[in-house]
Design a protein around this ligand. Structure first.
Ligand code: NAD
Length: 331
């Protein structure tokens, strides 16, 4: 049984709390949030303790920490947890500043405790099937990958202002999916973007619509198509085309009904509204994979290196968007 503490009782923290309470081989011991009412609400619902200070949350009786707090707190909490020999599942991004990630890397590398980054999409059954098909050669030699990633609508302005921009906040998941599915590093990248949904995002030096083209080390091509708006719901599709065929991990829908009437046939249900529903299974699978890695003292699937590489790609795309040369030379 893995004893687990939770940092952050906000939107994603509450989701992790639900999964911790429902998970197998895991006990939800305590929660910390500087907003005491948020922490108390989680504790009331799940019967765990409330830590009065962040340091108390990592007390000796826990084996692992889930870091679901605001992004600027991640790297400090992660480093302290690893130094205290606690396994970590840290939400994405590890940090917005690659220099701070690099400064923490020696601590993570020197430690034997598993550190996992919250790239939940790796644990989506459809996306994982795609990865397995590519790895098993079912599509022959993969040649092209297309990721369509569209949120239903813009988040609030204050969220956007602190987000680090579209590439680091949102597309970071898609960069990870390209590395995960194709199993290769990226050698070249170009990016274009625009503030089409809300032109005032230019004041934040940000975009809400972007396209990135990438070439992997072996020459495979990948394209990410990303928007902060899709009026038809949360749109998440990944396609890989190879020498022996194509595979698409399509949007699941809440039901599978089809409607036929005098206007036409085959009208499909709306997509899921957003990530909490669309990736509910992926988040539960992610926690199970984390608990399994902690029990076996194994390297988790989405490790610190994956978190760092995805941030490097997001940084490179940001550079490319501004017309600067995106250097991907260093490992
Ligand atoms: N994997 C995903 O798909 C996904 C989705 C959404 C958010 N996230 C990530 O999760 C993180 C949280 O996002 P959110 O949407 O839940 O934000 P949120 O604002 O709803 O919640 C953040 C919570 O962290 C708390 N907090 C701040 N400092 C803290 C500290 N030192 N210790 C503990 N708690 C602290 C805040 O009080 C707040 O309750 C962000 O890094 C975000 O990028 C990941």
């Amino acid at each position: 049984m893995i004893r687990c503490a939770l940092f952050g009782a906000g939107r994603i923290g509450r989701l992790h709390a639900d999964n911790l309470a429902a998970g197998k081989q895991v006990e939800f011991v305590r929660v910390y949030d500087p907003d005491p009412e948020a922490a108390r609400a989680v504790a009331r619902e799940h019967g765990c303790e409330v830590a009065q200070r962040d340091a108390d949350c990592l007390a000796g009786d826990v084996d692992a920490a889930i870091i679901a707090s605001a992004t600027p707190t991640h790297i400090d909490l992660l480093t302290r947890a690893v130094k205290a020999d606690k396994a970590v599942l840290c939400e994405k991004p590890i940090d917005l500043d690659i220099a701070r990630v690099d400064a923490a890397q020696p601590v993570v590398t020197a430690s034997a405790v598993p550190v996992m980054v919250g790239f939940n999409r790796r644990f989506d059954p459809g996306h994982r099937r795609l990865r397995e098909a590519v790895a098993a050669g079912e599509l022959g030699t993969p040649e092209q990958m297309i990721v369509s990633s569209r949120d239903p609508g813009l988040p609030p302005r204050d969220y956007l202002a602190a987000s680090g921009g579209l590439f680091r906040d949102m597309m970071i998941h898609d960069f990870d999916m390209v590395r995960f599915v194709l199993g290769e590093e990226i050698k070249h990248l170009s990016a274009t973007g625009s503030a089409l949904v809300d032109p005032s995002l230019r004041e934040l030096d940000d975009v809400d619509s972007a396209m990135v083209l990438m070439t992997t080390e072996s020459g495979k091509l990948a394209h990410i198509n990303c928007s902060r708006r899709a009026v038809y719901g949360y749109d998440q599709r990944i396609e890989v085309h190879g020498s022996a065929g194509m595979m698409l991990s399509d949007n699941p829908t809440p039901t599978t009904v089809r409607h036929a009437d005098a206007q036409g046939t085959g009208c499909a249900p709306r997509l899921y509204d957003f990530f909490l529903d669309r990736y509910a299974q992926a988040f539960a699978n992610q926690l199970a994979a984390f608990v399994d890695a902690v029990e076996r003292s194994a390297k988790p699937d989405a490790d610190f290196h994956a978190g760092r590489q995805a941030l490097r790609l997001a940084d490179a795309a940001t550079e490319a968007l501004h017309g600067r040369d995106p250097s991907l030379v260093s490992p």
